[in-house]
Design a protein around this ligand. Structure first.
Ligand code: 5RP
Length: 212
């Protein structure tokens, strides 16, 4: 079960990686909301943030933190984001908040990816949390059929449109023992924008916010 204390502690611990003058890449979700609160306490110390979602952009701006475009920032030194599951090799399932595509772009453009989770997100094998896949709307059924061939049971996240105007399929019943290969296979399906497996570019550091 998710625990708020663990999320808050992990978010606070990530502040150790924030250095003066940095442009910080910021993920999305309830754990990241705690990180944004902590970042706001040092807003005079950082240059700006690059945001992975409209939701995080609103939170950052409401707390007085400048948000700039990734095209203007160049490569980032630091990206901080949550996850839905994390395996012992620091591979992740992300996208519970439907922000996976922008999250993956910022992770790819960052030298260090610090993942903040509460201890309940740690798993031995990824896949209990349904794997989100962002798809171009007209390709939804085609992609779903291909995902069935890969052994999954895709369910359309009905009513959800991503910040990029796309849809999400949540793939159930996967036991992901080779995340790098599955990430690549799903990325090859025509109509897939992004799969929420972060394995080729996984977290560099995972902070779990255990009780002291
Ligand atoms: C959003 C994400 C989030 O990082 C993930 O869903 C975890 O969220 P939370 O911190 O609320 O548990 O990938 O797309």
């Amino acid at each position: 079960m998710a625990n708020e204390g663990g999320k808050r502690r992990a978010a606070r611990a990530a502040m150790r990686y924030v250095e003066p003058g940095m442009i910080v890449g910021v993920g999305t979700g309830s754990t990241v909301a705690y990180f944004i609160d902590a970042l706001a306490e040092r807003r005079g110390d950082i240059e700006a943030a690059v945001s992975s979602s409209e939701q995080s952009t609103r939170l950052l701006k409401a707390r007085g933190i400048d948000v700039i475009d990734l095209n203007a920032s160049g490569e980032l030194a630091l990206y901080v984001d949550g996850a839905d599951e994390c395996d012992p090799q620091r591979c992740l399932i992300k996208g519970g908040g439907a922000a996976l595509t922008r999250e993956k772009i910022i992770a790819a453009a960052s030298r260090q990816f610090v993942c903040i989770i509460d201890p309940s997100k740690r798993v031995d094998v990824l896949g209990k949390f349904p794997l989100p896949v962002e798809v171009i709307p007209m390709a939804r059924s085609h992609v779903a059929r291909q995902l069935v061939l890969l052994g999954g049971q895709p369910v359309w996240r009905d009513g959800v449109t991503t910040d990029n105007g796309n849809w999400i399929l949540d793939v159930h019943n996967l036991r992901i023992t080779d995340p790098v290969t599955l990430e690549s296979a799903i990325n090859q399906i025509v109509g897939v924008v992004t799969v929420g497996l972060f394995a080729a570019r996984r977290a560099d550091v995972v902070l779990t916010g255990e009780e002291p």
